[in-house]
Design a protein around this ligand. Sequence first.
Ligand SMILES: Cc1ncc(COP(=O)(O)O)c(C=O)c1O
Length: 386
Amino acid sequence: MNLSRLALSLGQSATLKLNELANNLRAEGKPVIHLGGGEPEERIPGGAAAESRRLLDGGFVRYTPVSGTAPLKKEIAAYTSRHYGVEPGPKNIVVASGAKQAIYNFLVSVVDPGDQVVFPAPYWVSYPEMVRLAYGMPVVVRPREGRLTVSAGDIEAHITSRTKAILLNSPNNPSGQVYSEDFIREMVEICEHRNIYLLMDDIYNSLVFDGLKAPSAFNFSKRPLNDSPIVSVNGVSKTFSMTGFRIGWSVANEAVTQAMTKVQAQVSSCPSALSQAAAAGALREGDGFAEALRAGLEKKRDVMAAELSKLGKVKLHKPQGTFYSFPDFSAYEKDSAKLAARLLAEAMVVTVPGAEFGLEGHLRLSYCGSAADIVEGVARIRKVLK
Ligand SMILES: Cc1ncc(COP(=O)(O)O)c(C=O)c1O
């Protein structure tokens, strides 16, 4: 087969592959418990359904402006100003088909071949492959033994003259950890001083527990938005349980936004008009929905932590946000892929190996499913480990 070197070099998305596997096993009638999922089980907010239905009933569903519709941009600007304390204009926003496409648009817009993009482990599974898709070089910063976060100094030590951007995801998939204000402040200072882009993947920033708040990088910027190297990415997938709508967005300075718009124009023209209408409805009316989802996940986080504490030798940094936990199973098995395969074969429990996120010895266990599944899933894991 005559495939490109780039295509041949790419790994498959481990998490999407596991979703498929879990669905196939369920279809075969197997009693599978899916602790590998990456989407809440709640129904979408009423406002989202009403808004997309209104557009559909009107009978005109057309291309929209490349960077998104005016009503959705207005809602994104209001959301950004509520949550980040910075008010972007329409020329600072690109609506994309998911936060994933927003990150891709960004990387393709700023990375030259061989440029380095630095991010800490554990990282979202797609970062290394997305950097490679942009012909960049992923540079991973590993935490010290027993930790799930790195210091600003650890990241700074990996910056070279080829560093184009730093990617941070807080709250973090897979660890559930929220980076501190001090850390974010230092990262902003470093990036603004060295003129390196700081991409904040804020997709989980509304799903934070224990009264914490995920600090926004914009709060620590000493520059106006249009002169800032900070790019924030967010979307409706997680906060509003709208993964299937595929709507995300970026907030950035006008020059970067223009470049990202050009990329998107050539790749996909625009995100789906129906989905943009739905996202506008969710942002306008969905604050109550998002809070109920957050509160429900906090309770399920507590269930997961309580169940995991029954596994004597498993170490857990209690998640402070998201719907993932990232316990360390290395006292039982150091090879995470081997352990995940065993749990699937012997207990029909789907988990994601830590190796996929750049940190061996851990498994990612989601708590976005039912509390009953969490209890049963961890009980099955306990039996296998015995
Ligand atoms: C850290 C992180 N960033 C981005 C995304 C992509 O979200 P979207 O569905 O908006 O493409 C995900 C989805 O799992 C994620 O976990």
